[in-house]
Design a protein around this ligand. Structure first.
Ligand code: GRF
Length: 213
């Protein structure tokens, strides 16, 4: 069983997608061991509680230094036997200590086709606003491993969709969540839980995709 820790800050629809896919048996080798939220008002916390998952609030502002914040999160995740950390809308930067401790065992979902509209400053609605301003015809979402920088780690999965005809950034955000994020995040977790990924430099190879939808 792969025990995952899910880090959140907001609405938690990606957390919900994981909960739902565990519930319907798709993620049959996955258990959510803990949810950590950087924000006590995040609806994601309610989702965790509603589903009997332990939720911890760790605000960055309660810690003087990045290292002590990292350490507090590491302590919880280690106590819970976490084998994979999933960043699902986590709005706080992770420090080197955290990234080193869970090296190659942290993944993130980003709402654009990396390397477009990503990196520092591209959070929340901003990747979608930038995509519309640029006039791209397709956009989508990316699940990637997390390294010391922002949105730079090896790419596990991407899904692109046509966004022609969409002019509203909120509509675009919803469409990408529904059609891309909620599909590829559980899929990436599934691939990891089945030990089907290998990483070589920037490339992530899927060993045998047969049977994984
Ligand atoms: C998602 O768009 C995700 O891609 C990004 O932050 C948002 C989180 O949404 N990293 P939610 O909290 O999962 O609803």
């Amino acid at each position: 069983m792969l025990r995952i820790g899910v880090l959140v800050s907001g609405g938690g629809t990606n957390l919900q997608a994981l909960i739902d896919r565990i519930g319907d048996g798709y993620l049959d080798k996955v258990k959510i061991a803990a949810v950590i939220s950087s924000n006590e008002k995040a609806y994601a916390v309610q989702r965790a509680k509603d589903n009997g998952i332990e939720a911890y609030i760790l605000k960055r502002s309660s810690y003087d230094e990045q290292d002590s914040y990292d350490e507090a999160m590491i302590r919880i995740l280690e106590e819970k036997g976490t084998g994979l950390v999933v960043l699902a809308g986590f709005m706080v930067l992770l420090g080197n200590r955290f990234v080193e401790r869970f090296k190659n065992r942290i993944i993130n979902i980003h709402p654009s086709l990396i390397p477009a509209f990503c990196g520092k400053g591209f959070y929340g609605i901003r990747p979608h606003r930038a995509a519309l301003e640029y006039g791209v015809k397709v956009s989508g979402a990316t699940v990637h491993f997390v390294d010391a920088d922002t949105d730079t780690g090896p790419i596990i999965l991407q899904k692109a969709i046509s966004i022609e005809g969409i002019n509203d950034e909120m509509e675009l955000q919803k469409k990408i969540m529904r059609e891309c994020e909620w599909e590829i995040l559980p899929k990436a977790v599934k691939l990891i839980s089945e030990d089907m990924l290998s990483v070589c430099g920037r490339k992530v190879y899927i060993k045998n995709e047969r049977g994984i939808k």
